[in-house]
Design a protein around this ligand. Structure first.
Ligand code: NAD
Length: 737
């Protein structure tokens, strides 16, 4: 029998080697077709008396990425339609569909013949769940092997038996930690948790897996053996009594109840471990059906999986421009940002020339990479050989001639028009025709900077976020004259360094910083209104923001906020800023010398470790304080999310951002906008434009005109539209199912 996605070869010992290798795909994923074929293969293995057992592996460098979540996205749309006519029937269809994979894996593990999963590379989600259903699991001893059940990161959970098998193999606490965080496991860690049986040298992987079968591996899972005992003891035990109240409190503290899928994992494990295995699977199937119908699952799958992937693959890349293969990238300015950009570029295997005013400054920039790789080697995330290779790719220099031959040069020198002009001219003198020059400026319009260039069509903004090695988002800024070719080169570069690009038209603050400013200025208003600062910070986190606005301002630096205020007044006049905000910031900087984290004094105090940072006690003395009990917590949460969402809507209205996927993904990756909403525009779509407008009108009456809905929003409210519907990115199914 031949298959589209698998090959099956049986050796002389009667062991079938099932190799998963999907044609035309860089990574194996579970699709409907794959499930049908696997089902047939299981039947064939069982039916053939000559086959003793089977080893399943991958023909690609990775094992599998798990279920194809774009399938899920399409399913959301179908269920949404069905729900309108027949809500109960829709839930039933969903229930049956979600049980499909789980049923298939259960069939495999009760097939009566032993199966071994030979994990040769990244093994995620459904693929790891399939491996857990195999009677034996071997992973290759390689840095590229990672195993995880990461579903929670996109608003769902392991629904193909993961919540039942993992806590039957390892302690409940570790199982819960693994699934509620979606953490990656190295082979060593997975083995110590009892999730895999063996680790083998990559070239011996298949042989080791086969040997398990030859050695008489039993085709029965521990939980199917009479008298099975849970590794950490039953749920109702002294250990369980200590664990369970604490895990649910910890999860609430971490997630503020914003992520129903994380709580569903707790419920599946807690309930499932008290019943026989098959009943546990049924419980999991029920919760999975429920979670798939939440707005959080819908929004997170769309933004954090589908859109993220589409943007990463170059959804916005202009057609017809040949892909650039980078042989040399130049970075000018080896300071805070430039050093990080050089590191991220070299990490992708691209040679980098890192230039500063003198050799010493350039060397200092390279030393940043040395620090990062040293830490990575220490933590086992990188081998010494990889570290050495990365460092060898960075050439520090003060000589512009070293840039010769580069396809792209990115400047990250001081934020000063004059200096940027000198650097642009010096670089262009050595750049080959067609090479692209990019600026990492955070505040200067690209169109203006491009006036320094002899080839403004090859001039583009590539705006990184700090810390560069950890921030996954990059804004690509189009100047008025930036040509498609430069955009394509910038997108190719961002893809090469494995970050996610969004394309933004030129404007003050671009996209991310405009939204972030709203977050911080709303907090200034709250400080001035006398909302206790600790509440401001905590309520922002309750709304889903990862960092409070005052803590964030400390990181950015308060004197930078003062500079931005002054520049805004100089460029746009006094009315462009709220005088109460200017006074607050001036008081902080000029009267109290509070510049932010950098001088240990900002909205927070930063005592020496191990003491933790805490809100500066003097802050509450600046304004009369409201009584905490009088504060409407829900309104404060809404103010934060709504003011950011309104700014995102303005950028769409002004044509700064043109694709809702970019606004959403940019808001989550750029500044952590409440991920459970799916991003700043999905937040509005999820509420519905009409209701959002009503809500903002009410906020405007109480808290100021910046909450007034824009004409676009009013129009959308009138027509019952969504951003995804109106601006046509992908399918539009309106509000979440
Ligand atoms: P920085 O002060 O840490 O580094 C600037 C570097 O440029 C210094 O090493 C300096 O020696 C070098 N330099 C100055 N003049 C030069 C010249 N003529 N030739 C070569 N090198 C020269 O500054 P930074 O924070 O890294 O910021 C750099 C750029 O990145 C700015 O445009 C800034 O707006 C932008 N940016 C900063 C951040 C951030 O969080 N700091 C974020 C995004 C973008």
């Amino acid at each position: 029998m031949t298959y589209q996605n698998f090959t099956v070869e049986t050796d002389s010992d009667g062991i079938a080697l099932v190799t998963w290798d999907m044609p035309d795909k860089s990574m194996n994923v579970f699709t409907e077709e794959v499930m049908v074929e696997l089902d047939t293969i299981i039947d064939a293995v069982v039916a053939d008396d000559a086959i003793k057992g089977a080893v399943i592996t991958s023909g690609k460098a990775t094992f599998s990425g798990g279920a194809d979540l774009t399938m899920l996205n399409a399913m959301f749309a179908r269920i949404h339609e069905e729900k309108a006519n027949n809500p109960e029937g829709a839930a039933r269809i969903l229930f049956d569909q979600v049980g499909r994979m789980s049923g298939l894996f259960r069939k495999l593990e009760t097939s009566g013949k032993p199966w071994v999963s030979a994990i040769n590379g990244v093994c995620m989600g459904g693929a790891f769940e399939m491996s857990l259903a195999c009677h034996g699991r071997v992973a290759a001893d390689s840095g590229s092997v990672k195993m995880a059940l990461p579903e929670v990161k996109v608003g769902i959970f392991p629904g193909a038996g993961g919540t039942q098998r993992v806590p039957r193999l390892t302690g409940q606490q570790e199982a819960l930690m693994m699934m509620t965080t979606g953490q990656n496991l190295t082979p060593k860690k997975a083995k110590s948790m009892g999730l895999i049986h063996e680790i083998a040298a990559p070239e011996k992987l298949i042989e080791t897996a086969k040997q398990m079968i030859r050695d008489g591996l039993k085709p029965v899972q521990p939980w199917d053996v009479k008298g099975f005992k849970l590794p950490g003891g039953p749920v109702w035990s002294p250990q369980g009594a200590q664990l369970w109240p604490a895990v649910s409190a910890t999860l609430r503290k971490q997630s503020y109840g914003n992520y129903p899928a994380a709580f569903a994992i707790l419920k599946c494990v807690f309930e499932g471990l008290q019943v026989p295995f098959d009943t546990g699977l049924r419980i999991e199937q029920r919760y999975f059906t429920e979670i798939l119908q939440t707005p959080e699952a819908y929004a997170m799958v769309r933004s954090l999986f589908v859109s993220l992937q589409e943007l990463g693959k170059g959804a916005r890349r202009p057609a017809g421009v040949e892909k650039t293969k980078f042989t040399k990238v130049g970075v000018i300015g080896a300071g805070f940002m430039g050093a990080g950009i050089a590191y991220s570029t070299a990490k992708a295997g691209i040679p980098v020339v890192l230039i500063d005013r003198d050799q010493e400054a350039a060397d200092k920039g390279k030393a940043h990479s040395l620090d990062l790789v040293t830490a990575a080697v220490k933590k086992g995330r990188m081998s010494q050989e990889q570290a050495d290779q990365l460092l060898a790719l960075i050439t520090p220099s003060s000589d512009y001639n070293a840039l010769e031959g580069a396809e792209l040069v990115i400047e990250a020198v001081f934020e000063d028009r004059g200096i940027k002009k000198i650097v642009t001219e010096a670089t262009e003198a050595v750049l080959k025709p067609g090479a692209v020059f990019a600026s990492n400026t955070s505040t200067l319009p690209i169109t203006g900077l491009a006036e320094n260039s002899k080839r403004p069509d090859d001039f583009v903004g590539i705006h990184f976020f700090s810390p560069v090695d950890r921030m996954m988002l990059v804004e690509i800024i189009m100047g008025e004259k930036t040509a498609d070719k430069a955009l394509a080169v910038a997108l190719d570069y961002v893809q090469a360094i494995k970050k996610t690009p969004i394309v933004v038209n030129d404007t003050r603050g671009f996209y991310v910083n405009r939204c972030v400013m709203r977050y911080m200025t709303e907090a200034y208003s709250m400080v001035v209104e006398g909302i206790p600062p600790v509440m401001i910070e905590n309520i922002a986190k309750m709304a889903g923001m990862p960092v409070g606005p005052l803590a964030l301002n400390d990181e950015v630096a308060i004197d930078l906020s003062q500079k931005v205020n002054r520049a805004t007044i100089a460029d746009l006049g006094e009315s462009a800023v709220d005088p109460r905000h200017v006074k607050l910031i001036d008081t902080m900087v000029d009267d109290h010398g509070r510049l932010g984290r950098k001088n240990g004094k900002g909205f927070y105090d930063y005592p020496d470790k191990p003491a933790k940072k805490h809100i500066w006690p003097g802050l509450k003395d600046l304004y009369p304080q409201q009584n905490a009990d009088d504060i409407d917590v829900e309104e404060v949460k809404t103010r934060f999310l709504a003011t950011i969402a309104l700014e995102a809507a303005r950028t769409m209205e002004e044509g700064i951002v043109t694709d809702p996927r970019e606004a959403d993904v940019g808001s989550i990756l750029g500044f952590g906008f409440a991920p459970y909403t799916g991003g700043a525009l999905s937040y509005i779509d999820g509420i519905g434009a009409r209701e959002f407008v009503t809500m903002c009108d009410a906020l405007a009456l109480k808290h100021g005109d910046h909450f007034k809905p824009t004409p676009l929003l009013r129009d959308m409210a009138k027509n019952g539209e969504t951003f995804y519907g109106r601006f046509g990115a992908g399918e539009n199914i309106g509000q979440a199912a």
